[in-house]
Structures are given as structure tokens and as C-alpha cells.
Design a protein around this ligand. Structure first.
Ligand code: HEM
Length: 277
């Protein structure tokens, strides 16, 4: 009970900090950076931070903690899997659009591509995310993927999921810092970065909020008490059913059970249970 209350407090914090990140990045780019356009100008660049923070940090984090909500535990996992996949797909689409915004802007302004540490970390995060999403779809949602593959894939999927979040937080922090150094020069209206003008105050706060969001999501993901009780339950159900079936075969009867019947019994069990993984 106490653990559930703690979970919902953390979850509320996660939702609130995520919304604050989106609000901050939108206000920064509309109020201080002149707003948005898609014309190769600096206004097109402004889509980049907004889409990256909203997609690859906030929506991604919300999608990652979805299975931890205890309300979903007693229910069939398949609809939650579909929602998880849909949230992650939306996050991936926003991230790719965010990358298109900055690549297009660089090409229009004849600025070199992929020269900075920020861009290397960022492109690695998006590439890993695309690979993770594809492997997740093939491994966990396609009905033909075998249970052993799901069991093998799951720890890798969980570890890579956390790592991608860390990479995207690192990309955001370095991106915010880089942008502030680019625009807040001695001759800019608010003064240099070192004089901490109001724009820098807001953008620094955005960075702090993004780090806080990442930490809250990782805390939720790493607490074992908040994990959907599935693998143990799965194994128990599976092996109980196997024992029942073996009991059937061991009945003192003088007939042999056809192999196709055994296959059919096991196939039904996999159909019933494989969406638990
Ligand atoms: C997960 C989030 C992010 C990812 C994956 C990401 C990725 C990238 C990539 C791949 C580039 C290189 C584009 C090119 O070479 O043409 C880039 C450029 C840039 N990004 Fe981000 N970015 C992210 C968030 C941000 C944020 C929040 C800001 C804050 C303003 C930002 C600021 C910049 C700047 C100033 C550039 C141009 C300079 C450079 O190439 O380093 N980025 N970003």
C-alpha cells in the first residue's frame, strides 16, 4: 500500500516535470528565439529543441514508465503493449521531424553537419531508439515471435531503454549549452551568457528540469517493487499447465496421445500466455 502511494507520488512528479519541460522549451523558443517557421531560417531551427524535448525526452519517458502503473497489472497486457508501442512511435516520429528541422536548416545556411559532440550523442540516441523500436515490434508484438526470443530480448530491451533516455538527456543538456553559447554574445540584447540574462535563466532551468525528469523516470524504472509481476507469474502458470498436461499423458490408459494433440495443447498455451512477455 505504502509502495503504491509512493509510486503514484513519483508518477505525478514525472508527469508534472515532463509538462514543465515542454512548457519551458516552447516559451524559450517562441518568446526569446522569435517563434517557428519551416523555411530554412533560424525560425526553422527552433522546432528542433521543441520536438526533441517533447519527443525523445518527455513522451519517451511517459511511454517507458507505462507498465509500472499498478492499475494496469491485473489486466491483459496486450492493449498496454500497443499503447507503449504507439507512444514510442509518436516519440520516434517527433524526434525524426526534429532532426529534419536542424539538418534542413544547416543545409539551407550551408553549415556543416554532424561536427559537434552534441550531434554525435544525439544521432546515436535516435539511431539506437529506431533500432530498439523495430526490435521491440518484431520481438514482442509479432505473434510469430517465439517465447524464448522474448525472454532473451526483454532484459536487453529494458537496459537499452534506460540508456537511450540517458543519451537523450545528455544530448539536450549539451544542445542547450551550445545554443546559449551561440546566441548570447557580448553584443546580444540581454548581454553575454556570463551575465545570466533572463533567457539563460530559463534555458538553464529547462536543462535542470530535463535532468530531474530523467532521474525520476530512471527511479521509477529501477524500483523492483514497481515492476509488473509478470515473469514469475508467467513461469508459474506455464509450468503448472505443463504439469497438468503431463498428468494427462501419464494417465493409466493404454492408448498413446497423438503428437499433434500435444502440439495443439502447447500452442494454445503459448497463444494465451505469450503476450505476457
Ligand atoms: C534528444 C535531444 C536531441 C537530439 C537527439 C539532438 C540531435 C542533434 C543533431 C543530430 C544535430 C546535428 C544536425 C546537423 O549536423 O545538421 C543537432 C544540432 C543542434 N542541436 Fe540538437 N538534439 C537534441 C536536442 C537539442 C536541444 C534541446 C537543443 C537546444 C537548443 C539542441 C541544440 C542544437 C544545436 C544548437 C544544433 C546545431 C549545432 C550542432 O550541430 O551541434 N539540440 N542536434
Amino acid at each position: 500500500m505504502r509502495s503504491t502511494v509512493m509510486f503514484y507520488l513519483c508518477y505525478l512528479l514525472c508527469v508534472a516535470v515532463g509538462l514543465a519541460c515542454v512548457a519551458c522549451v516552447c516559451v524559450w523558443n517562441s518568446r526569446w528565439r522569435g517563434g517557428f517557421a519551416w523555411d530554412g531560417s533560424g525560425l526553422q531551427f527552433n522546432w528542433h529543441p521543441v520536438l526533441m524535448v517533447t519527443g525523445l525526452v518527455v513522451l519517451y519517458g511517459y511511454g517507458a514508465v507505462l507498465y509500472r502503473v499498478p492499475l494496469t497489472w491485473g489486466q491483459n497486457k496486450l492493449p498496454w503493449k500497443l499503447l507503449h508501442a504507439a507512444l514510442m512511435l509518436l516519440s520516434l516520429i517527433l524526434s525524426v521531424l526534429g532532426l529534419c528541422a536542424v539538418f534542413d536548416f544547416h543545409n539551407a545556411q550551408k553549415i556543416a553537419n554532424l561536427y559537434s559532440l552534441h550531434s554525435w550523442i544525439g544521432i546515436a540516441a535516435v539511431a539506437l531508439f529506431a533500432a530498439q523500436w523495430t526490435a521491440g515490434l518484431a520481438g514482442f508484438l509479432l505473434p510469430c515471435s517465439p517465447v524464448w526470443l522474448r525472454m532473451l530480448l526483454k532484459p536487453v530491451h529494458v537496459w537499452l531503454g534506460g540508456s537511450i533516455l540517458l543519451l537523450s538527456v545528455a544530448a539536450c543538456i549539451s544542445g542547450i549549452n551550445e545554443k546559449l553559447f551561440f546566441v548570447l554574445k557580448a553584443n546580444s540584447s540581454g548581454g553575454p551568457y556570463s551575465s545570466l540574462p533572463s533567457e539563460a535563466l530559463l534555458a538553464n532551468s529547462l536543462g535542470v528540469l530535463i535532468v530531474a525528469f530523467g532521474l525520476v523516470v530512471l527511479k521509477i524504472l529501477s524500483n523492483t517493487e514497481w515492476q509488473r509481476p509478470e515473469l514469475g507469474a508467467y513461469r508459474t502458470i506455464f509450468f503448472d499447465r505443463c504439469e497438468e498436461d503431463l498428468g494427462l499423458f501419464l494417465l493409466p490408459s493404454n492408448h498413446t496421445v497423438p503428437l499433434t494433440l500435444i502440439n495443439a495443447v502447447f500452442s494454445v498455451h503459448f497463444l494465451l500466455l505469450d503476450h505476457e512477455l
